[in-house]
Ligand binder design. Structure first.
Ligand code: 13P
Length: 252
């Protein structure tokens, strides 16, 4: 059974003080999520990770938004998986489309980051998703399959089972224009088929989230889809009131 995961990607928002304010309600949010059988967590900036992780109740997932593939060394401005682990971080978002676009990240470099996280026992949340042009050309699955194959290259079945995939069509991120549940389900089912080709029945254990303008009003429709195992949420994860509504919507 794949447990639903609701992860808030805070992107470049919140100071440590603001993050701390949010976390003062984390226990309540976690209790609500437990009632619905859902796993929840947030991904703050590197600056807030230690603070958020210290305030996080047990079972509340704290994720970074990136990681460097090396353990340590002369990589100015970078943070490694062992460093994340040392402050209680449990996961890292890898290959978000904003990092692919603004920081030139490729699926091949994501593959190295995924391996670095798995080595430390951290959960990679590997993002994939196509542009509007690719979507309109009808080449979504072709494009996303390549991202999956490159990101998962060289992983064993046991390792693959630990990775969480997030399908985030770029045209739905921060635009208010979410993919219909049919589009999200179809693509995610296609991603699971690609994973089945690579890892056999292990594909049934891999959680695949949808992301892109998920809100309290539409989350239930995604959660009702058989292949969608949760959501990666940007804007609507920033306040505790909205996060609470997301949990309720995902628990229905
Ligand atoms: P929004 O929910 O703000 O569209 O952002 C989605 C996203 O990029 C999550 O990683």
């Amino acid at each position: 059974m794949r447990k639903i995961l609701l992860l808030g990607n805070w992107k470049m928002n919140k100071t440590p003080l603001e993050a701390g304010e949010f976390m003062s309600e984390a226990k309540d949010l976690l209790e609500l999520a437990d009632q619905g059988g859902i796993e929840i967590g947030v991904a703050p900036t590197f600056l807030c990770l230690a603070n958020v992780s210290e305030l996080a109740p047990e079972g509340f997932l704290v994720s970074s938004q990136n990681v460097n593939e090396h353990d340590h060394g002369a990589y100015t401005g970078e943070v490694s998986a062992p460093m994340l682990k040392s402050v209680g971080v449990g996961a890292a978002i890898i290959g978000h489309s904003e990092r692919r676009e603004y920081n030139g990240e490729t699926s091949a470099c994501c593959n190295l980051k995924i391996k670095a996280l798995l080595k430390e026992g951290l959960v990679p949340v590997y993002c994939c998703g196509e542009s509007l042009a690719t979507f309109e050309e009808g080449k979504t699955l072709e494009f996303v399959s390549k991202q999956i194959e490159e990101g998962f290259a060289g992983l064993s079945k046991e390792e693959a089972a630990k990775v969480v995939v997030a399908y985030e069509p770029i045209w739905a991120i921060g635009t208010g224009k979410s993919a219909t549940k049919e589009i999200a389900q179809d693509t995610i089912k296609g991603i699971r088929e690609v994973l089945r080709g690579l890892f056999g029945e292990t594909a049934e254990e891999i959680r695949i989230l949808y992301g892109g303008s998920v809100k309290p009003e539409n989350i239930a429709s995604y959660m009702a889809c058989p292949d969608i195992d949760g959501a990666l949420v940007g804007g609507a994860s920033l306040t505790t009131s909205s996060f609470r509504e997301l949990i309720k919507g995902a628990s229905l």
